[in-house]
Design a protein around this ligand. Structure first.
Ligand code: OAD
Length: 234
């Protein structure tokens, strides 16, 4: 076995204290995430959308830490004798803080902003408002969260597809499988002969997409799974 791709979703960060999107309490002040995370919502009420991401950013910077699931994936990358790629739908930086280096944020990053005028992507650890200024072109009101909204195209898809086609093992952790294209990755990996494993608290759909399902908390299951992959690899 040479190539491992791990797809992660909100469930892997749940044990760090970040709410998932679709779980109980997965609404933000009565808004479904689909209502704040769209270009239309931003055009209609940029202040509201900024506020949504400002709160998430403040929360991420105020004491949220990676959990044993993030740390286990970093260990896998470090110790596995082959390629390990983490493709995350999460916009937090917990994989990096847990020690992973080969990470693709297909839905963007909360700690970055992007200027809608000049395209500059900048580090962003502060609140954004309609009065924020682009650090490069100095336009006012143009920086937006560097995140992918519903109706926008996820980042680095060609690279992800190449990795899925080459994968011997595909693991999905803490994702509901409701949002495409990520939800279709298992089929692509499987069509190219990867073994497929899912880790989730609950059943994620009609079933059958994954060869193996492990039910439970990512922070408990993943360290053991990584241990057994490394033991087999040794
Ligand atoms: P969801 O909130 O849809 O799903 C989270 C999944 O994690 C659920 O299936 C839970 O059962 C599972 N889960 C929760 N806690 C867990 C734990 N401790 N261990 C294991 N599993 C656990 O989140 P995503 O699938 O990531 O997109 O959502 C996908 C995308 O939809 C997000 O990236 C975001 C969202 O709207 C955009 O904003 C574009």
């Amino acid at each position: 076995m040479r190539n491992i791709v791990v797809l992660t979703g909100a469930g892997i960060s749940a044990e760090s204290g970040i709410e998932t999107f679709r779980g109980a309490g997965g609404l933000w002040e009565g808004h479904a995430v689909e209502d704040v995370a769209t270009p239309e919502a931003f055009a209609r009420d940029p202040g509201l959308v900024h506020q949504f991401y400002n709160l998430r950013r403040q929360q991420l910077l105020a004491g949220i830490e990676p959990n044993p699931a993030h740390v286990a994936l970093a260990r896998l990358e470090r110790e596995f004798d082959g390629e390990v790629l983490v493709v995350t739908q999460n916009i937090d930086d917990l994989h990096e803080r847990g020690g992973s280096e080969n990470v693709i944020h297909m839905h963007g990053e909360l700690l970055k902003s992007r200027c809608v005028s000049c395209g500059e992507v900048s580090e962003c650890r502060h609140d954004l408002t309609v009065a924020s200024e682009c650090p490069r072109c100095h336009a006012v009101g143009t920086p937006r969260p560097h995140v992918v909204w519903f109706g926008e195209i996820p980042l680095r898809l060609p690279e992800i597809e190449r990795a899925l086609i080459a994968a011997d093992l595909f693991i999905a952790v803490g994702t509901s499988g409701r949002v495409y294209p990520a939800a279709g990755f298992v089929r692509l990996a499987r069509a190219h002969e990867a073994r497929t494993i899912e880790i989730n608290l609950e059943e994620t759909g009609p079933g059958g997409a994954f060869q193996e399902s492990r039910r439970g908390r990512a922070g408990e299951i993943l360290p053991d799974l990584v241990g057994s992959i490394l033991a087999r690899d040794a």
